[in-house]
Design a protein around this ligand. Structure first.
Ligand code: NAD
Length: 552
């Protein structure tokens, strides 16, 4: 049976002392040897000198690794967890600095794996749990299973702090039962952490692998797999050490995985599923692109845009800004183009903070010389253009009988002529290289006549964008250039906060099956998909993202 929260503290204060690591043990032995050498006049000075040197190197390593790991964040200093996953302020042990190193290593794993769900099997120090939790996204979760609660601070103190309780679930009880329960409810984890210093660790490892508790590209970390260096010594009779040695051997001979032991603290094995070895055992399986992934890439990797060069017009705010971030996060270099250079520069700065290569340019897309200038500048800097995101657009409102020629021309000039100029200039580069992705921003107004706002010129311009997209999409596909468009519904951006449109928001909401306006983040996956090679067979398509509004 699994007990949820019990009142005592689960995690002991850090138990980390130097002697827990192989290097710490070497240092301890060298220290003893040095004492003996110093008390014996027969020992040559040169031998004492070498002993001293070796001791300094051994003693210095672990503290140096700690010191060079990113310092603990303010929110982690002095905090531990109680059994209910509640933070508790306690004074950290003096000799526990090395907990920070492991915490930092684990946090790195969480980032690298992109982990959302973490399973801990056995005792893990509170600091490590909090360090991992810090790296989790908001909807991430840590499930910790332990046989019994640890001793520690009283529950009353603990309950004063509860900010992390939602992300950490502690299950106390027989671990085998807890694991069965997790399988029964279909749980799946990105990182599974097993403490080797528990008798049944090998059973837990086998259970995890046999029952697919680890997701496809997930990682198992096993702590304490070096057992202070004892695990590789001969003539060892200690049962605990032998159990860990057996665990290491089981993992090492398991054809389903590949692994490495890192000499971090007591030793940390990092294990991942290895499809190649597993496949050798299953000869009758069909091993085609569906199995291995097209070009040996799994589906999410096929959405990546690494090495690609993109630009986004109207990238200084709203939908364009969200597109620029999305393309950059997926790996592309991104040029931000906007009528207002200052806006483009702000977005470029945001991308720089994330490590995304970028440039900012001011341009009016309705002017051919501006369009040519931005494409020349991108090619001069990055060599080419793979992804053209023609998004800049304006919206003006008037009853059709009152629509001025000025409004008509201005709207068509930016929304349609400007978009055509961009498609043509980018298309010429793409046709030459035999590859390109053009993504135009149309609008739901291309499919329906949105009401009650009156926007003849806008509706016509966006219908034109769709026809232009279909025409180019079919004309250029056989030369490697795909042209598609996205038609957002009503998106919560500055564009709809104009004096004319603002009062209509409540009215629109009744027309949207989804019952809410779109956020710019609702559109980001679509632009990445259309920019990626995963959508290579798609062209001339108008992808509506409107919460169902065009269907009512
Ligand atoms: P927005 O007004 O918030 O941003 C548009 C950006 O384009 C601004 O930064 C502006 O400076 C820039 N821009 C305007 N004219 C330009 C020009 N001539 N050259 C270069 N840049 C120019 O608009 P948004 O809501 O982010 O809309 C972006 C696109 O999405 C537009 O094409 C719009 O028609 C379309 N769209 C918007 C909605 C919506 O509800 N917001 C719905 C459907 C379609």
């Amino acid at each position: 049976m699994v007990l949820e929260a019990v009142s005592e503290n689960l995690f002991l204060p850090f138990l980390c002392s130097l002697s827990e690591t192989p290097m710490g043990l070497i240092a301890e032995n060298l220290r003893k040897a040095r004492e003996i050498a110093h008390s014996d006049s027969r020992v040559p000075e040169q031998l004492k000198h070498y002993l001293q040197k070796a001791l300094e190197v051994a003693v210095g390593l672990d503290p140096y690794l700690d010191a060079m790991a990113t310092a603990k964040t303010a929110s982690l200093e002095g905090w531990q967890l109680n059994v209910a996953g509640v933070e508790t302020k306690v004074k950290p042990h003096k000799e526990c600095a090395s907990g920070y190193l492991k915490g930092q290593v684990l946090r790195m794993f969480v980032h690298m794996v992109g982990a959302k769900r973490i399973l801990l099997i056995g005792r893990l120090k509170g600091y490590s749990i909090l360090a991992m939790k810090e790296a989790l996204p908001d909807d991430g979760k840590i499930t910790s299973c332990a046989v019994e609660p640890y001793l520690g601070v009283k529950s009353q103190e603990a309950s004063d702090y509860s900010s992390h309780v939602k992300q950490i679930s502690v299950k106390v009880g027989p671990i085998a039962d807890t694991l069965e329960e997790l399988v029964a409810v279909g749980e799946h984890f990105d990182i599974i952490f097993i403490d080797a210093a528990q008798r049944s660790a090998v059973n837990y490892y086998n259970f995890v692998m046999d029952n697919h508790l680890l997701r496809m590209d997930g990682v198992i970390c096993v702590e304490n797999t070096l057992m202070k260096g004892q695990v590789y010594l001969e003539n060892i009779s200690d049962e605990n050490v032998l159990a860990v040695r057996n665990l290491n051997n089981v993992i090492n001979s398991d054809p389903r995985v590949e692994q490495v032991i890192l000499p971090v603290q007591g030793g940390m094995s990092v294990i991942r599923r290895s499809l190649h070895c597993a496949v050798l055992l299953q000869k009758e399986l069909v091993k085609d692109d569906v199995f291995w992934g097209y070009k040996r890439c799994h589906i999410l990797d096929r959405l990546r845009l690494d090495g690609k060069v993109a630009y986004v017009t109207g990238g200084g705010q709203g939908i364009g800004r969200a597109f620029a971030h999305a393309l950059g996060e997926a790996g592309a270099k991104v040029a931000i183009v906007d009528l207002v250079l200052a806006k483009a520069e702000v977005v470029a700065e945001e991308l720089s903070l994330k490590g995304i290569k970028n440039m900012a340019m001011g341009a009016d897309v309705s002017k051919p010389e501006d369009v040519q200038r931005i494409l020349d500048a991108i090619v001069a800097r990055w060599g080419t253009v793979h992804i053209a995101c023609n998004n800049a657009g304006i919206n003006m409102n008037s009853a059709s009988e009152d629509t001025s020629l000025e409004e008509w021309d201005k709207t068509l000039n930016v929304n349609l002529r400007g978009l055509f100029l961009c498609c043509q200039a980018a298309g010429r580069i793409m046709l030459k290289q035999g590859y390109g992705k053009i993504i135009n921003t149309a609008s739901m107004a291309s499919l329906i006549v949105p009401h009650p706002q009156k926007q003849l010129a806008y509706n016509v311009s966006k219908a034109g964008v769709v026809k232009l997209t279909q025409t180019l999409g079919t004309e250029w596909i056989d030369r490697g250039v795909r042209v598609n468009c996205i038609s957002p519904g009503i998106v919560d951006t500055p564009l709809i906060h104009s004096e004319d449109l603002k009062p209509l928001v409540q009215r629109w909401l009744t027309d949207i099956p989804a019952g809410k306006l779109a956020q710019v983040t609702d559109l980001q996956a679509a632009v990445v998909y259309l920019a990626s090679e995963a959508s290579d067979y798609m062209t001339g398509h108008n992808l509506a993202i409107e919460g169902g509004q065009s269907l009512w």
